[in-house]
Design a protein around this ligand. Structure first.
Ligand code: GLA
Length: 630
């Protein structure tokens, strides 16, 4: 059972407990699955999360669906969903109550009766949470429900997929392969780059535990919920697929954009996730935020994710040999987002935009000669630009193909008013395997350009030996920055280049309130309140421009008092690519610690907070009285 990772929908990430989670939503999603081709693409389960029930059981101890949300009950919804050829999932907790503070009933001690009720309603999938578990042993709690589900599905003849949701607390990958079909490996995801990234990094090392019928579950998808860019959502979807993760859509598809449908409906990416061999991709290398993850596929090909965690474009590379393919003169390299095939002599390489992923399927199939050569289009420089001052950029077009690239040309585009000039040739008549066209550019933003991020577009066109024209585009970002003022400045008041955070936005001069901008409290550490600073939530990184003009960063750091006894974090200061100061793990019980660093000569400074390696629950971290001296 469950030979490939489950695919479907769950309402939690888009609605939480809000009233819009109701029968109309569930039916609407089922309709869209059929109408928009998502059912055809493999999405099958329509799952209800917490808050579907009334807080009290009835006189017979039975669960009662909330009549406001589900006026016709759950069976009617199951019938509707089944009528569309889809399946229905439900949720409860392996505790006395579910996780929501309204206190909906949990199944601890009611396993047989609740499982029977689910089966009678026609439920096909159960997500079984971990809240209010009364300290009862996890193995025991989750096994009791497994047995109850087995017994119940015998009475109905309907198998029930069993999703263990204990957040990785008891290492279910070590014991749950014959208990559940999938198990959460981490705490809850949120709709932010930092959260997605931290969950991905916790799930990747668990590759060897996943396989048909027993999958690692790094939590549901956030694609389409608005907190990440489409590039970041493509990374999220690519990485979940190469990790053979369950693909449970978490956005309200009734309001989804065409881009969201395009990401979620990418059948070539879904085929990586759903490959029948059932391998979870393994990390082949990860260096300075450049990741290569490879997944063996049933047909002998390899899916390869070239993922760039950095805020600037980076070259990420491997080889056909390193991903496990046999020796061959050439390979077919299929780009699963561009839907195009190329040939390579063996190098698998791409310059990947900031936070992007190039997802490839590489085959030693003897068909490579039919494809045009792959080229890598790369660039260095001009990431930080002071308005009115010339910055240098170098572009490179490299032929990766076994065949040569002909009539190669490269161009650079940017915002209106910017001066973009090539100072060396932009064309080459032919590039053979491994040869490159290197072009120098000067980039000048007009005087008065406001600080911020601007897009530049590098593009190359070339022809295969047979004359087939290909093009490749690399989006780049140039940050227009201002040199920091001389003397000492409060970093809470200076503009940053970029900021990422586990929950909600980074706050200036207050703590982090987890949701909307401006929802924090006065910064308070160890009973002491500070007027100035930054309030962040691990995992977090805030980057500033120093322009080689500054000497020192100093701060008082700690976990904000607002989470009472919870939250453990570690603080780091980075000067360009060097970590120049760090604390050990700090807890909520500790007073503010002094942290300072010599940042002489640095172009950029980053203030980083990690989760203390215990997940990012309640990690409200404060950079109090943080100053930059220049
Ligand atoms: C826990 C789970 C989430 C969600 C909520 C519902 O936090 O991990 O995925 O189900 O409970 O209350």
């Amino acid at each position: 059972m469950v030979p490939t990772p489950p695919m479907g929908f769950n309402n939690w990430n888009s609605t939480h407990c809000r009233a819009e989670f109701d029968e109309a939503m569930v039916k609407g999603i089922a309709d869209i699955f059929v109408e928009k081709g998502l059912k055809d693409a493999g999405y099958e389960y329509v799952n209800l999360d917490d808050c579907w029930a009334l807080p009290e059981r009835d006189a017979n101890g039975k669960l009662v669906p909330d009549p406001k949300r589900f006026p016709q009950g759950i069976k009617a919804v199951a019938d509707y969903v089944h009528g569309k050829g889809l399946k229905l999932g439900i949720y409860t907790s392996a505790g006395t109550k579910t996780c929501n503070s309204a206190g909906f009933p949990g199944a601890l001690g009611h396993e047989r009766s609740d499982a029977q009720q689910f089966a009678e309603w026609g439920v096909d999938y159960l997500k079984y949470d971990n809240c209010n578990n009364q300290g009862v042993d996890a193995k025991q709690r989750y096994t009791a429900m497994r047995d109850a589900l087995r017994a119940a599905s015998e009475t109905t003849g309907r198998p029930i997929v069993y999703s263990i949701c204990e957040w990785g607390e008891n290492k279910p990958w070590e014991w749950a392969a014959d208990v559940g079909h999938l198990w959460r490996t981490t705490g809850d995801i949120s709709d932010s780059w930092g959260s997605m990234l931290s969950i991905m990094k916790q799930n990747l090392p668990l590759a060897k535990y996943a396989g048909p019928g027993h999958w690692n579950d790094p939590d549901m998808l956030e694609v389409g919920n608005g907190g990440m860019t489409d590039t970041e959502y493509r990374t999220h979807f690519s990485m979940w697929s190469i990790m053979a993760a369950p693909l449970l859509i978490g956005s309200d598809l009734r309001k989804a954009s065409p881009a969201t449908f395009e990401i979620l409906g990418n059948k070539e990416v879904i085929a990586v996730d759903q490959d029948p061999l059932g391998r979870q991709g393994e990390v082949l290398s990860s260096q300075d935020g450049r990741w290569v993850v490879a997944k063996e596929m049933k047909d002998g090909s390899r899916a390869v994710a070239l993922f760039n965690e950095n805020g600037t474009a980076q070259s990420v590379s491997t080889t056909a040999k390193a991903v496990g393919l046999p020796d061959a003169a050439g390979y077919t390299l299929r780009d699963l987002w561009r839907h195009k095939s190329f040939n390579t002599a063996g190098r698998i390489s791409a310059t990947v935009p900031a936070h992007g992923t190039v997802l490839l399927r590489v085959t030693a199939d003897g068909e490579w000669a039919k494809q045009p050569p792959a080229v890598e289009l790369g660039a260095k420089g001009a990431a930080l630009v002071e308005a009115g001052k010339r910055a240098d950029l170098t572009s490179e077009v490299t032929d990766l193909g076994r065949t040569s690239a002909h009539k190669v040309s490269v161009s650079l585009g940017g915002p209106a008013g910017w001066r973009l000039r090539a100072t060396s040739p932009t064309t080459a008549s032919v590039l053979r395997t491994g040869e490159k066209l290197t072009t120098a550019w000067s980039v000048t933003a007009p005087v008065g350009t406001s600080p911020g991020t601007y897009g530049l577009t590098l593009k190359t066109t070339y022809r295969s030996p047979r004359g087939v024209r290909s093009e490749s585009v690399l989006p780049l970002t140039a940050n227009v920055v201002v040199a920091p003022p001389a003397g000492s400045s409060a970093l809470g008041d200076l503009p940053w280049i970029s900021a990422s955070n586990g929950w909600g936005p980074v706050e200036r001069n207050t703590s982090n309130g987890e949701n909307a901008a401006g929802d924090g409290n006065p910064i308070t550490i160890g009973g002491q309140t500070y007027a100035k600073g930054l309030g962040v939530h691990a995992p977090s990184s805030v980057e500033y421009y120093a322009g080689a003009a500054c000497e020192k960063v100093s701060a008082l750091v700690g976990v904000d008092d607002e989470k009472l006894s919870r939250g453990t974090v570690a603080f780091e200061i980075w000067a360009d690519t060097r970590k120049v100061a760090s604390t050990g793990v700090l807890t909520n019980a500790m007073p503010a610690q002094e942290l300072s660093a010599d940042v002489t000569g640095a172009q950029t400074i980053r203030l980083v907070v990690t989760d203390g390696e215990d997940g990012n629950d309640s990690d409200h971290a404060d950079w109090a009285e943080t100053t930059l001296s220049c």
